[in-house]
Design a protein around this ligand. Structure first.
Ligand SMILES: *Cc1c(COP(=O)(O)O)cnc(C)c1O
Length: 482
């Protein structure tokens, strides 16, 4: 079997389909689209039966092998085994075993949390980002190349990227963050890293200023080429495919046999996490429904109810107590719409011409919209008040503390529960990351994993700068060398 990748905006008449390693280091396709496999591999019932008993690492190898055919099997196995270990993923909670990577914690029969946040930065992004770090190092070494990852973060993504790339050969990370805008915990998490290849830059401005600098540098094509600037943002295909694995793992934990179906509920922002669930379902994993939860920034909830996709302006985007879901547009959404419109790149080009020029589109009158139910999506939203109520009720009723994002997922999941089918809510972060809102909801501090005690007191390494594209470029040049 060969596996090739195409862009959502191109048909293979214009550019040849690519291999996995060819799209690994890049972001968008040259035509502005997102990469997807030419077709989704279908999993047979016999394979599902075999996969049921596998450890996380073995399951990851089985799933990823369906999507990657240009890394020798032994090498891929080595990379996966090195990534998915108890040392890396059982940071958050005491007493876990290797086999417990992403266990399901049952709140009551039929309602469980898939624990995805026991990795080094206490959020689910570690599940994929750690693999990305090892894949990058491997592919760069093979080619004798280097990459300088440039990014901007308001918290979670930057730390997940730094913990994944620290100490990796051939990789440097330049991460911009808004000076004095992140929580003390988040600052400590990033700035206390002492690795030579990690560069933290605090910009005297807001997150958007940092993001604009990254865009400006990336749009300087000569600079980008000369200094080998790359990114690890959420549209990266390898991140999406690595997330497919835990839907399989969660399904096996939640069921006795492969004849059963489950529902998954997913707190969503850029649509990367739930897009992986969609792909698992397209592969034939018996998922009945994908329950998508948004916070007050409900651009996706609106789409699933009306067929209208209307990205918001920055001014319309609210800063909420589930900040990692505060998005104005959902960058991975194009992948799902590609499937919904029958994989016609011409339709995607037409729709995203509107989006990219600041507009919106309405699919409700298109014939393909009638196909939406067959994809299993349902959606709902959750507000600050819902979040506080869910956090306190979950603590009272089950003695379990959930973070603000997971609370959004849980709130919508409970609305969508049906008898005789389990609902698995994806836990996207631990409460320790969002202390302030937990105190507001419960009047007490969340527990902190032992390895994070006193992290605020560690020495920090950060360069503070004005909002200046030139200053950031100079800094990169100085530390990369020409
Ligand atoms: C990134 C993130 C999300 C949103 O995930 P998407 O893949 O962007 O939909 C939700 N919760 C937390 C804690 C996150 O870090």
């Amino acid at each position: 079997m060969t596996m090739r990748y195409i862009s959502t905006r191109d048909d293979s008449r214009n550019s040849a389909p690519k291999n996995f390693t060819e799209i690994l280091l890049g972001g968008l396709a040259p035509d502005g689209g997102l990469y997807l496999p030419e077709s989704y591999p279908r999993i047979t019932r016999a394979e599902l039966d075999q996969w049921r008993g596998l450890s996380y690492a073995d399951l990851a190898f089985a799933v990823l092998s369906k999507f990657i055919d240009d890394i020798p099997a032994d090498d891929l196995k080595g990379l996966v085994d090195k990534t998915y270990t108890a040392e890396v993923y059982c940071n958050g909670r005491a007493g876990s075993k290797a086999s417990d990577i992403t266990p399901v914690r049952w709140l009551e029969p039929g309602l469980g949390l898939l624990e995805l946040s026991n990795g080094p930065t206490l959020a689910f992004k570690d599940m994929a980002m750690q693999l990305l770090g090892n894949l990058f190092e491997y592919v760069l070494a093979k080619r004798g190349e280097e990459i300088n990852i440039l990014g901007a973060t308001s918290g979670d993504t930057g730390s997940a990227a730094e913990y994944a790339m620290r100490g990796k050969h051939g990789v440097r990370v330049f991460m911009l963050s808004p000076h004095e805008k992140m929580s003390a915990f988040q600052r400590a998490q990033m700035y206390s890293l002492q690795d030579d290849n990690i560069y933290n830059i605090a910009v005297r401005g807001m997150f958007d200023d940092a993001q604009d600098i990254v865009k400006a540098v990336s749009n300087d094509h000569a600079f980008k080429e000369k200094y080998k600037i790359g990114a690890v943002n959420s549209i990266n295909w390898a991140r999406v495919v690595a997330q497919v694995v835990y839907y399989f793992k969660g399904y096996f934990s939640a069921t006795q046999s492969n004849a059963e179906q489950v529902d998954f509920a997913v707190p969503s922002g850029n649509f990367g996490n739930i897009c992986a669930g969609h792909i698992a379902r397209m592969m034939g994993l018996p998922i009945a429904r994908l329950v998508m939860a948004t916070n007050e920034n409900d651009v996706l909830d609106e789409f699933f109810h009306t067929g209208v996709y209307r990205p918001r302006s920055t001014a319309e985007t609210q800063a909420t107590s589930s900040p990692s879901m505060d998005i104005s547009k959902a960058s991975n959404f194009e992948r799902f719409v590609f499937d919904l419109v029958g994989r016609d790149p011409a339709v995607i080009r037409r729709l995203w011409t509107k989006i990219d020029s600041g507009g919106s589109f309405d699919l409700s009158s298109m014939p393909c919209f009638a196909n939406l139910p067959q994809f299993g999506f349902v959606s709902g939203k959750s507000t600050h008040a819902d979040r506080l109520r869910t956090i306190s009720q979950t603590f009272e009723k089950y003695g379990v503390m959930v973070d603000t994002h997971t609370a959004d997922g849980l709130k919508v999941a409970v609305e969508q529960l049906v008898p005789d089918r389990s609902m698995v809510v994806l836990e996207t972060a631990l409460p320790a990351k969002f202390e302030e809102t937990i105190i507001e909801a419960l009047g007490r501090r969340p527990e902190r994993p032992a390895s994070f005690q006193g992290i605020e007191n560690l020495p920090q390494r950060v360069e503070v700068m004005d909002v200046s594209v030139d200053a950031v470029k100079r800094y990169i040049v100085q530390h990369v060398g020409a």
